[in-house]
Ligand binder design. Structure first.
Ligand code: SF4
Ligand code: SF4
Length: 308
């Protein structure tokens, strides 16, 4: 393949990604993530993954997509904005903004399928696999390597243009493409996220102890939330956005234009009393196709009880 065709194919993929509503698209050569390997190993050795045992699985595959997808050549990283135009009732228990709308896994998988289909129709015999927020792929590391942003001190991918409220997805292809370069870190001397974290989960710049994070307690943890955390959750009932809300780069967040991410009106208007009295029937109705279903009715009840 000539350099020229790599350029043309890469340009085509980026234009198609834009047409499908992705706010950014960057491309890296598939291979071993050398810089990430010691960091991930140390993070796991410190048990910062808590009970998220799945993060220990497939260690080698997680660091090298060529072990995950046959003949992988390129990792195409994509960002899809979820920043909402509406806010929740300010007197209520809080829900992470990514969970306001319909389950992003389905929404993004459909877009990735369409992107792959369009690549196959226009470029030819290309194979690929789509990943959305899936454990085997280090999505933030790939997005950073592809120049979409930098990994901030709160461990989120940050962009100068639109902050950090977006989903990250990947398409791994057996096609050589033109590769992008990483951008510089613009956290500078800021420590806003570290200072604001309600549970001191950001134990050092760029290191989040996942086992102390409110998102872990309210979504991943299957047991009771430890008592020493009582009073520290700052009203977060599902997930936590504090370290993103305080990030100065999120002043540049713009509302998404994906109708499927628009929230159910009840989610926005419910008061603390409504949440406390929610029945399983209402839960199923309000959270039909929502990522909140992951914690199940019992989990949400546990979280609400813990906040009271
Ligand atoms: S999501 Fe919340 S609890 Fe977790 S690191 Fe950020 S501020 Fe801390
Ligand atoms: S709040 Fe400050 S230190 Fe934290 S990620 Fe944003 S810019 Fe970086």
């Amino acid at each position: 393949m000539s350099i020229n065709s790599k350029e043309i194919y890469s340009k085509f993929i980026k234009e198609e990604a834009k047409r499908l509503g992705f706010i950014s698209c960057g491309i890296s050569k598939a291979g071993f993530l050398e810089q990430e390997a010691p960091r991930l190993e140390k993070w796991l050795n410190n048990n910062y993954n808590g009970q998220m045992a799945y993060m220990e699985n497939h260690f080698d595959k997680r660091l090298d997509p060529t072990l995950l997808v046959d003949d992988a050549k390129s990792v195409v990283s994509l960002l899809l904005n979820y920043y909402p135009s509406e806010s929740q009732n300010s007197e209520s228990f809080k829900i992470s903004k990514y969970a306001y709308g319909q389950d992003y896994h389905f929404v993004i998988k459909e877009k990735l399928k369409e992107l792959l289909h369009s690549i196959q129709e226009n470029i030819g015999d290309v194979s690929g696999r789509a990943f959305v927020d899936s454990a085997p792929v280090l999505d933030k590391a790939w997005a950073a390597k592809s120049g979409l942003g930098w990994i901030g001190k709160n461990s989120n991918l940050i962009t100068q243009k639109v902050g950090s409220f977006y989903f990250i997805a990947e398409l791994i292809l057996d096609l050589d493409l033109e590769y992008d370069h990483a951008v510089t870190d613009h956290c500078g001397s800021c420590t806003a996220c570290i200072d604001a974290c309600p549970t001191q989960a950001i134990v050092a710049p760029y290191i989040v102890d996942g086992s102390k994070c409110i998102s872990y307690y309210t979504i991943e943890l299957k047991e009771n939330i430890p008592n020493e955390m009582k009073g520290k959750f700052d009203e977060w009932m599902f997930g936590c956005d504090t370290c993103q809300d305080v990030c100065p780069w999120n002043r540049f967040s713009k509302p998404h234009s994906e109708p499927l991410f628009d929230p159910n009106p009840d989610l926005i208007s419910f008061s603390k009393k409504d949440w406390t009295e929610i029945t399983e029937e209402t839960f199923q109705k309000v959270f039909k196709n929502s990522p909140i279903k992951r914690t199940k009715f019992e989990g949400l009840k546990r979280n609400i009880k813990f906040l009271k």
